[in-house]
Design a binder for this molecule. Structure first.
Ligand code: HSE
Length: 421
């Protein structure tokens, strides 16, 4: 087999950049033999001289992005800075210069996909981002290259390792939230600013990317409803367990009848659901296609080598292409498809109630009046009352909660968590 020689530049040599460098260095021969492309890291851009030394790449260090952009020996630029700027400006320059880019930068993509895509079109290079969602698990390529015989109708995913690690430890070991978060940071799962993880931003970027690909509809990030896990109390995780549920931060989206919905929020799942078994920093994506039925992709969603594995796969993929894939979305939200934030689900509601006769009956009555059927009730001796409803729309449950809070026997609604049956 004749081997094609390809030059790569790595922007940033942190956890994932370093992991990618190591994979490319150690597996260069294997990749050349298997895939017919000899991939050589020819340039790196990182101000941390200690890190350059540690990886033995001082001689490859570029002074600035222009040196890389104007280097004819660089075909592919892989970016590991994270955040929108300066990554976006650097990558647009590289794309306009005809390079292909590979990135794990979900925030930049979710916010600036169109600009990056048009720069790629102008330059003729490719835009590759397998590593942006679910780390080492090939979810992007599954959606773009393996679902052609399907209308994808829903996605449900655990797409953030940090929050899954925190919720799993809170659930299995009763460990406090703050301790779990520190440990996730130490293990390198969390973003530089971990509020991006715990407040659901990271999952919303990934949901925006995955849902846009799944439904061939460009879904703006602002249309993705978002709630994080920082208000989750370990008591609700335990009560949920008693009711047969496991708590996860889920990225959910659905598409049908000209309407799409995309959301990120804590959700109770039946403990028998395959996603409930996904623990620690592991991620999974559960896809429903109308031909294939349900499939689930599972694996490590963060970390140096798993994310590096997806980056290297994109580099090899890009290296082998003379003509690159474009993403001509068939629909545009707001033009020919609507976004709904009045989505349906069941609801877990925890009340503090007073020692008064008939409070449960009054709440059930108020719920029934608003059209919210009660499915399950759990009552504790300490004034805790939990109601799980059947599936209703958000707007309907909000009216019912307001009505219940006006009742004399109700102190307050302590927790409200959606349930995906
Ligand atoms: N902070 C992210 C996570 C990293 O915890 O999943 C991978 O995108």
């Amino acid at each position: 087999m004749s081997v094609k020689h390809v030059g790569v530049a790595l922007l940033g040599l942190g956890v994932v950049g370093g992991g990618t460098y190591e994979i490319l260095r150690d597996k260069r021969g294997m990749i050349a033999k298997n895939d017919g492309v000899d991939i050589e890291v020819r340039r790196v851009l990182d101000r941390n001289t200690e890190r350059l030394k540690q990886l033995g790449v001082e001689s490859l260090a570029a002074r600035d992005i222009d040196e890389i952009v104007h280097d004819p020996d660089i075909d592919i630029v892989a970016e590991f800075f994270g955040g929108v700027e300066p990554a976006k400006s650097f990558l647009i320059k590289a794309l306009e210069a005809g390079k292909s880019i590979v990135t794990a930068n979900k925030e930049m993509l979710a916010k600036s996909w169109r600009e990056l895509e048009s720069a790629a079109e102008r330059g003729g290079g490719g835009l590759y981002f397998e590593a942006s969602c679910v780390g080492g698990v090939p979810v992007i390529r599954t959606l773009t290259d393996s679902m052609q015989g399907n209308a994808v109708t829903s996605l449900k995913g655990i797409v953030n390792g940090t929050t899954n690690y925190i919720l799993s430890r809170m659930s299995d070991e009763g460990v406090e939230y703050d301790v779990c978060l520190k440990e996730a940071q130490r293990l390198g799962y969390a973003e530089a600013d971990p509020t991006a993880d715990v407040d659901g931003f990271d999952s919303s970027y990934k949901n925006c990317i995955l849902s846009s690909l799944a439904y061939r509809v460009r879904i703006p990030l602002e249309s993705v409803y978002r709630e994080g896990i920082s208000n989750i109390n370990v008591k609700d995780i335990a009560y949920g367990k008693e009711l047969g549920y496991t708590l996860k931060l889920l990225a959910i989206s659905k598409c049908g009848n000209g309407v799409v919905e995309a959301r990120v929020h804590p959700s109770f799942l039946p403990s028998s659901h395959p996603l409930a078994a996904v623990k620690g920093a592991f991620n999974a994506l559960y896809i429903h296609g109308d031909s294939v039925d349900d499939i689930m992709l599972y694996g490590r969603g963060a970390g140096a080598l798993p994310t590096g594995s997806a980056i290297v796969s994109d580099i090899v993929f890009a290296a082998g292409k003379d003509k690159h894939r474009r993403f001509p979305f068939q629909s545009e939200v707001g033009e020919d498809i609507a976004v709904s934030d009045d989505f349906s689900s069941s609801h877990y509601i925890r009340f503090d109630v007073k020692e008064e006769e008939g409070t449960l009956g009054k709440i059930s009555g108020a719920f029934a009046k608003c059209g919210v059927p009660v499915k399950t009730v759990l009552k504790k001796d300490d004034g805790t009352l939990i109601i799980v409803t059947h599936e209703v729309r958000e707007s309907v449950v909000k009216r019912a909660l307001f009505a219940a809070e006006q009742l004399s026997g109700v102190e307050r609604v302590v927790a409200h968590i959606r349930v995906e049956e």
